[in-house]
Design a protein around this ligand. Sequence first.
Ligand code: DU
Ligand code: SF4
Length: 221
Amino acid sequence: MSLEALHTELTACTRCPRLVAWREQVGLEKRRAYRDQDYWAKPVPGFGDPQALLLIFGLAPGAHGSNRTGRPFTGDASGGFLYPALYRAGLANQPSAQFPGDGLQLYRVYITAAVRCAPPGNKPLPQELKNCSSWTALELGLLPKVRVYLALGQIAHEALLAYHGLRKAHYPFGHAQEYALPGGPSLLSSYHVSRQNTHTGKLTAAMFERVLERAKTLAGI
Ligand code: DU
Ligand code: SF4
């Protein structure tokens, strides 16, 4: 199966009833600034280079970000931090990410998330994480060159451990913490790029730049 075929199947997924209801409700109610737009309001497929060496693994779509635009981290504050950082690191051709078709391209990087539908309060339930892990398995299976995972936040970190059948007690999450997973890629983790972290100084641009440089070194980019 190709990534395009997978993404077509994915966008029809209705496995999590709570998330189906939420993604659609947000898409109908909208945020005032976006009231003239049609929200995507479906599962959000991954984006980037199919030959990626580095996989950036997020938590879930933002209600008014990728749940609106249909592309990971596109159109909200998280993406407004992430994509300029990727651009400065030489991993993207432009710093801005507004909507699919804006010309954005990633180099040697692919972005997806643990959960592909926007969850209330940005908090997926354990069952929802489990449901979406089968899409993770399919998507990662189509990205054979990935050498490094960059997990954004503890939930993403633990979802990748679960995917590899590893116990989270043996691989605790920490900012800039890294592990060589047995038989798998390296796992490097960062605080999530959410507004909550970037606007409070918990995650600064300099901190994230160092993590990206480390990810590039580990991946051989
Ligand atoms: O149609 P395509 O060239 O396979 O690209 C699909 C999609 O992926 C497009 O929106 C650009 C993006 N992409 C990328 O970001 N980096 C690449 O190296 C190749 C494709
Ligand atoms: Fe399907 Fe994942 Fe969305 Fe659940 S979160 S409905 S498994 S795409």
